[in-house]
Design a protein. Structure first.
Length: 318
């Protein structure tokens, strides 16, 4: 048994292998999912855990109960009763959440073809109003016809690197064929709890925030929206919120659907006391669900919408 008090007892009881220890805590393999690269961070003094891959976090006692199905004290009995001191759950601080993610291993089994040599991928981008040179600025230069990444099956996907602090921490696969679901996917054991275009964002300028990478790319067709990002889907996590708190002003360009609205409401609730938050709704045109629809369906780009007064629709969130 580990000589690390309660945390060591819990880790030993769950059979979790500690791969690395340092001043910030322990790195382990997460028991919630297949985790080839250790992504579970444990803080032994605070008795807290956080997985950078699946985004689960909380008290270690809750981890124990989730995995074994019984409370810690009940399972271990009197032998550990002296360890079972009540604690108050203290969420990770923003600085802890913003800490660099552990190194991510990416195992590609298949062929990455340059988008410039993949006619179907080029055609998809043209339909979306995008060029190969624009997406290449953000590392999206490859297409995978079929293969696996970290054991996750990819088919007919444009590959978009997810980069933070100069390191690739995930790869987004964006389907070019509407018949292939899901249209967006990420490999196992990688991290998307970050912001698109992370290394190039200016915290002193307004940040334009969209939901998905295609929306982000469409915004980037207009130099006005150069300081823009996406959150890799409708769900936003605590680590992404911690990064957003560092900006002075955020302008959300939401999708027009219930999941997009829930994401907007969560951002407003969590950040409105610290950050100026504005909403820039897409123009009210039938059939348009997000900003990415306009070039594809109407051949209208953000620069044209802006010249037509789109920014006048912006309002402050309350």
């Amino acid at each position: 048994m580990l000589d690390d008090g309660i945390a060591g007892n819990i880790v030993a009881a769950l059979g979790i292998k500690v791969s690395k220890k340092n001043s910030r805590g322990w790195m382990c393999h997460c028991p919630y999912h297949k985790d080839n690269t250790p992504s579970l961070s444990i803080h032994p003094q605070k008795l807290l855990y956080n997985c950078f891959s699946c985004n689960r976090s909380g008290p270690l006692f809750k981890l124990y109960e989730d995995i074994l199905g019984v409370p810690y004290e009940e399972k271990e009995g009197d032998a550990f009763a002296r360890f079972a001191q009540p604690i108050i759950y203290t969420p990770p601080t923003d600085d802890e959440l913003r800490a660099p993610v552990p190194p991510v291993s990416i195992d590609v089994r298949g062929v990455f073809t340059p988008i410039t040599d993949a006619p179907a991928a080029r055609s998809f981008l043209r339909r979306r109003g995008l060029t190969t040179s624009l997406v290449a600025k953000f590392g999206a230069t490859s297409y995978m016809e079929e293969g696996t990444i970290n054991g996750t099956y990819f088919k007919k996907k444009i590959i978009v690197p997810v980069v933070e602090r100069g390191e690739i921490i995930s790869l987004e696969g964006r389907s070019i064929d509407k018949r292939i679901k899901p249209k967006v996917m990420y490999p196992k054991d990688t991290v998307t709890a970050t912001l698109m275009n992370f290394d190039n964002l200016n915290k002193d300028e307004p940040l334009y925030l969209a939901e998905g990478s295609m929306d982000f790319f469409v915004l980037q067709t207009d130099e006005f929206f150069r300081n823009s990002t996406s959150i890799f889907g409708a769900q936003i996590g605590e680590r992404q919120l911690a990064f957003l708190k560092e900006f002075r002003k955020i302008v959300i360009v939401p999708d027009k659907d219930p999941s997009g609205n829930r994401s907007v409401q969560k951002i407003i609730k969590k950040l409105k006391r610290q950050v100026e938050i504005y909403i820039l709704p897409i123009p009210d045109v039938p059939g348009m669900k997000d900003i990415g629809d306009f070039p594809e369906k109407l051949q209208i780009w953000p620069a044209q919408l802006r010249r037509q007064g789109w920014l006048n629709k912006m309002y402050k969130a309350s």
